[in-house]
Design a protein around this ligand. Sequence first.
Ligand code: PHE
Length: 375
Amino acid sequence: MEINPTAKTLAEQGVTDAAGVVRLFDDVKRQFGAELEAKQSVSQWEELRNAWIGRKSGALTRITENWLKPSPPELKRAVGQALNELKAHVEAALEERRAAIQAAADQAALAREREDLSLSGVVRPLGSRHPLRQTFEEIERIFLSLGYSVVAGPEMETPYYNFEALNIPEHHPARDNMDTFYMAGPFAEGAQGKPGASPLLLRTHTSPMQVRTMEKQQPPVRIIVRGKVYRRDNPDATHGFIFHQIEGLAVDTDITFCDFKGTVEYFVREFLGPKVKTRLRPSYFPFTEPSVEVDATCVFCGGKGCNVCKQSGWIELFGAGMVDPAVYGFVNYDPKKYSGFAFGLGVERLTQLKYNINDLQLYFQNDVRFLRQFA
Ligand code: PHE
């Protein structure tokens, strides 16, 4: 095919009959087919479309101008018909190609933008409540159901609240087994009317909150106190310089030892299970009279005797007793009118018994291998 047959008239190309016209159009059609084949992108396709059916300078326009219009009357019909066919063919083929190019582009975009759902996400491990926290919540639940409310108090205390007002005067031997951390400062102002400034200390038990609560409110009192307490102990499997207590105090008219015993037994059964039995053993605390240690049948052997209970079948749980009337003197309660009981639970110890934990230090080492077991 000549370089641009559409630029010349039929006469100039020596085409004089219908067969020549058909041949000429066949050539053009083949030329179009070859060009179309080579176009892969949208922009190439657009170029091709303009080159062929562009209104001003497209090949079809040139054929109309150069072949059809100047053709002799006897060929006009053949040229017109062939031109229509060519036009229909070019348009259909262009449209088909456009759809194919578009589909391929869509396909490529889809592949490019596809989310890779096989990629693993960011793991956010769930934490769990510390075993001591769980024990706190369990004990609080039990006493809340008995009508107690929960209070908290300062960890830095005055000697007055930690000792004196609890009927533990200076040089009382009971201070010895609560080896105390004293602060270098600040000093307690006047120690509530006592002569001389005395240094603050870290409370050795939660019992000071008994006094602070009774100072503020008249009976009936039913509170539990939760918190940290401090003693100068060297850390080992059963000692730490910090541990946790829950204090209990109930004061009202007509509270008897029976109420005390019933409350203690109810609590122990709720906490350790219905099979556990309790017993009260005489003991001594300066702020309770009588004082007892509450024992429970060993949770590990059921009372038969094992290593944990040293073959006795019993395990010591906590100290308690009826509030000593001397304490009422410090808070201006009338000891003839009111009576009550108090108890001090060691949270680590109760947790230890519930989950059979053999080392106190595990609570404070933050080792997830330990903590995970309580999730
Ligand atoms: N505060 C005592 C202790 O820490 C426990 C206790 C509390 C005893 C209340 C009797 C009544 O050892």
